[in-house]
Design a protein around this ligand. Structure first.
Ligand code: F6P
Length: 532
């Protein structure tokens, strides 16, 4: 077990040496702390990763790099690149990196060509709906990895959208999602993409059937071939649904759902921004791949993000990470990363079938700044819970409205500074005395900030397809690294199966087709309450 290795023990000792040290003192003790604990990625327009506000010292990263060697992360990278079945519980290779290699391998190139042709046909108006009108609205129906990636990236690249085409996403089984999306759309000019790796997912199949009913009620059965395309690894099931195989875009079982944005699953995004920009995103991801494969661990951005999560989770006991993009366009990044990180690493059983013996993936949540400041930041500052924050900001705005971006950056940097330094009772009292309120002593305790709340800041250039591609690949490789460090298979997701299994058993009871039996009294009571 990783917890029994000398590298782990060295980290444990180091953490105990650091206990009780306040970040404010670490900054005071070392004027070069920022330079020492900041890494730049110059190949790609100068990214900056500032770890100086994490509760680490110059000794911490070399110790974490020792763990990288102990866990043989380079060996795992080599296995991934060679196509070894490192998703051992499903017997699959993990090769999403092959989707952005240049030149692409033949099977990938064929699908990319087909995607380009389809994008061109939609954008030029060459592709017509059943009544001869061009397509104006695309509705992607998918869930999890078949939704979150393209949805997040479509919003992130809003500044790059092609004109005259709107791309919508429907995921939820709740009919409200599809119904409210379709409310403003015309069947004649709407095209559905049914995106599902397995083409069996209940939510997607139900939404697809309802979308089809909506379309055929208006235009008849024959219209399906002009208004439905599919993305799947199960092309037989696509055909069985009634979608013309010519309108199906394939991908492969060596692409995990939450790593599939780079495959045909990216089609709605490619439609939103145009295929050339989609290609630029692949190139950004490939640049990050190259960095991950070649940079030493202490200069390797994915490795460093992984180190910080592991350090915070296992040595400082921080079980939560707040992801705080100071970018409206990155507003869906927390949700996307919830699947990427928590579905990949929310596990306790290691590759040897035994408990890994330490906490793993922290709970990840977040909201774009500055909105979060007016909602939950109070708790971050004074709630008494230790957690780690991750700030993401861009040096230049993607929507450069005068007066906005400087204020956005000021807020971002102010928050990490406040969380780090806090405010002592003496400082609070001094401020109050200066302002001469009626009773400074009364208010002072409420104005104390403990500080010492660690954070990372990732400063990007401008948000464009290349930068976004590299950013997503950064987190993919971070997940890969943590999987190797914790000895977890980051590529399966058995934990989502059990609930599905029970839901399948309950459905006939709720539909009234089977007696309510073999269920606990709470579940039986809830079913009875719905029926009455
Ligand atoms: O949430 C479980 C899961 O299997 C995800 O891993 C996947 O992204 C999602 O369901 C959707 O699956 P599919 O693309 O097969 O519909």
């Amino acid at each position: 077990m990783v917890v029994d290795t000398p590298a782990w023990q060295h980290l444990k000792r180091h953490a105990s040496d650091l206990r009780g040290q306040h970040l404010r003192d670490l900054f005071a003790a070392d004027p070069n702390r920022f330079q020492r604990l900041t890494v730049r990625w110059k190949q790609s327009n100068d990214w900056l990763l500032d770890l100086s506000k994490q509760r680490i010292t110059a000794e911490t990263l070399p110790l974490l790099a020792e763990l990288w060697q102990t866990a043989d992360v380079p060996g795992w990278i080599a296995k991934m690149r060679a196509g070894a079945p490192i998703n051992h519980t499903e017997g699959r290779a993990v090769l999403h990196i092959a989707l952005r290699e240049n030149p692409p391998r033949a099977e990938v190139a064929a699908v990319l060509d087909k995607m380009r042709g389809f994008c061109d046909a939609i954008h030029s108006g060459h592709w017509r709906g059943a009544t001869g009108e061009p397509i104006r609205d695309i509705v992607n129906i998918g869930i999890g990895g078949s939704d979150l990636g393209p949805r997040m990236a479509t919003q992130a690249l809003a500044a790059q959208h092609v004109p005259h085409l709107r791309v919508h996403y429907v995921a939820n089984l709740d009919g409200a999602d599809l119904a409210t999306t379709l409310a403003g759309l015309a069947p004649r000019t709407t095209l559905f993409i049914i995106a599902s790796k397995t083409f069996t997912t209940q939510e997607t199949m139900q939404n697809a059937a309802s979308a089809r009913a909506w379309l055929t009620a208006a235009l008849g059965e024959a219209a399906v071939s002009r208004h439905f395309v599919a993305i799947s690894t199960a092309l037989d099931k696509v055909a069985a649904f009634g979608i013309d195989p010519a309108n199906a875009f394939a991908f492969w079982d060596w692409v995990g759902g939450r790593f599939s944005l780079w495959s045909a699953i990216g089609l709605p995004l490619a439609l939103a921004i145009g295929f050339d920009k989609f290609s630029a995103m692949l190139a950004g991801a490939a640049a990050m791949d190259e960095h991950f494969f070649s940079a030493p661990p202490q200069e390797n951005l994915p490795a460093l993000l992984a180190f910080i999560d592991l350090w915070n989770s296992d040595f400082l006991g921080l079980q939560t990470r707040a992801l705080l993009p100071y970018s409206q366009s990155l507003g869906l990044l927390p949700r996307y990363l919830q699947q990427l990180e928590m579905e990949s690493l929310g596990k306790q059983v290691g590759r040897d079938g035994k408990s890994v013996g330490c906490p793993t993936q922290p709970i990840l949540w977040g909201e774009p700044g500055t909105n979060g400041q007016h909602a939950f930041y109070q708790l971050l500052h004074q709630g008494g819970r230790a957690l780690s924050c991750e700030f993401i900001a861009c040096r230049a705005a993607d929507f450069p409205l005068a007066g906005h971006h400087e204020k956005l950056l000021a807020n971002c940097f102010a928050q990490s500074a406040a969380l780090m330094q806090g405010k002592t009772a003496a400082e609070a009292l001094a401020e109050l005395t200066a302002a001469v309120p009626p009773d400074p002593g009364f208010l002072a305790p409420y104005k104390v900030f403990p500080g010492n709340q660690p954070s990372t800041t990732l400063l990007l250039p401008k948000l464009d397809p290349h930068t976004l591609g590299a950013l997503i690949a950064l987190y993919e490789h971070k997940v890969f690294t943590l999987g190797a460090l914790w000895n977890l298979n980051a590529f399966d997701q058995w934990g989502v199966e059990y609930g599905k299994q029970i839901a399948n058993a309950l459905l006939p009871m709720i539909e009234g087709k089977a007696p309510v039996a073999d269920v606990d009294s709470s579940t039986a009571g809830l079913i009875a309450a719905c029926k009455s």
